[in-house]
Design a protein around this ligand. Structure first.
Ligand code: F6P
Length: 326
């Protein structure tokens, strides 16, 4: 039988659609198993400043469909200091919290891992980020919604690009990774995908415009991940304009629009499964792991591996994007 009586749940780092569904699943599964749950607002900041609230089954009613995170989130510098973490620990004790579910990305996992090493509080991480760049799961909570949001924008841009015979460079999120850009480029029928994982992507774009007869094509969509080494949309617009002064080029940066909105069915289901599994993992005595889903199986990954492991984009998808752009 588990020693855990009260679980603290928090969302941390960049918000992602589906975080509410994950919190709801944590709360309801914990209550189902006879545990208490407390919500820690604003991630590690709320832990440090004692912004901790009781949650019951009703507190998480009517949130499964909402974007953002009702607990709010933050990127905490104070938690990077030992004194900040000590304050956070004191507040957990004050609130009788004896285990944590952390919903966030790599930085949030890192914080939880260090916290566990220092104070021994059991902690399970759930992958919550639109970037999909976390090791230990096929998909992160929020990714599916984000790519559908970006795709909707690209479809709209395609209409105006076609009407004006313009080239559009569309910048999507993805600080260090090209999952969003690559999937959206394929789904949106783009002529180019520039991602940090593909060092020859710029040459492919140039080949596209240099191909005989190619420049007569009336319009093109090039998708770039914000973290691409060539630079963002505005930099690329300048570079392409210098090389091809006759092209009519425009840039669109989709930005934080990709982080908002009601979560897709896929994200709600993923978040519900993972939230529930996180509680079961804690009850079973697991700690310092993340819970993910790989090939439809629930998988535990030690924090160290989840933090340091590199999730790669599928090279077959890079090739597919190139083939379909001819
Ligand atoms: O990690 C998710 C993400 O949306 C990245 O794609 C992006 O680079 C970053 O967060 C933006 O962070 P912020 O909202 O703090 O500017």
């Amino acid at each position: 039988m588990s020693e855990i009586k009260t679980i603290g749940v928090y969302t941390s780092g960049g918000d992602a659609p589906g975080m509410n569904a994950a919190v709801r699943a944590v709360v309801r599964t914990a209550i189902y198993h006879g545990l208490k749950v407390k919500g820690i607002r604003r991630g590690y900041e709320g832990m440090i400043h004692n912004e901790i609230i009781n949650l019951d089954r009703q507190s998480v009613a009517n949130i499964i469909q909402r974007g953002g995170t009702f607990l709010k989130t933050a990127r905490s510098e104070a938690f990077m200091t030992k004194s900040g973490r000590q304050q956070a620990y004191d507040n957990l004790k004050r609130n009788n919290i004896d285990a944590l579910v952390c919903i966030g990305g790599n930085g949030s996992y890192t914080g939880a891992n260090i916290f566990n090493q220092e104070f021994g509080v059991p902690c399970v991480g759930l992958p919550g980020t639109i970037d999909n760049d976390l090791f230990g799961t096929d998909y992160t909570i929020g990714y599916d919604t984000a790519i559908n949001t970006a795709l909707d924008s690209i479809d709209r841009i395609r209409d105006t690009a076609h009407s004006h015979e313009r080239v559009f460079i569309v910048e999507v999120m993805g600080r260090d990774s090209g999952f969003i850009a690559l999937d959206v480029a394929i789904a949106g029928g783009a002529e180019g995908a520039l991602i940090p994982e593909d060092i020859s992507d710029w040459d492919k774009v140039l080949n596209h415009f240099n191909r005989p007869g190619r420049r007569k094509k009336s319009f093109s969509i090039i998708v770039v991940a914000e973290g691409d080494e060539q630079g963002g949309a505005l930099v690329l617009e300048k570079k392409l304009t210098e090389l091809y002064p006759d092209l009519k080029i425009r840039s669109t940066i989709l930005g934080h629009v990709q982080r908002g909105g009601s979560p897709s069915a896929r994200d709600r289901i993923l978040a519900s499964r993972l939230g529930s599994e996180a509680v079961k993992a804690l009850i079973a005595g697991q700690t310092t792991i993340t819970v993910g889903i790989i090939s439809d199986e629930v998988v535990y990954t030690p924090f160290d591996l989840a933090i340091n492991g590199k999730k790669s984009v599928d090279p077959a998808l890079i090739e597919l994007a190139e083939i379909l752009a001819i």
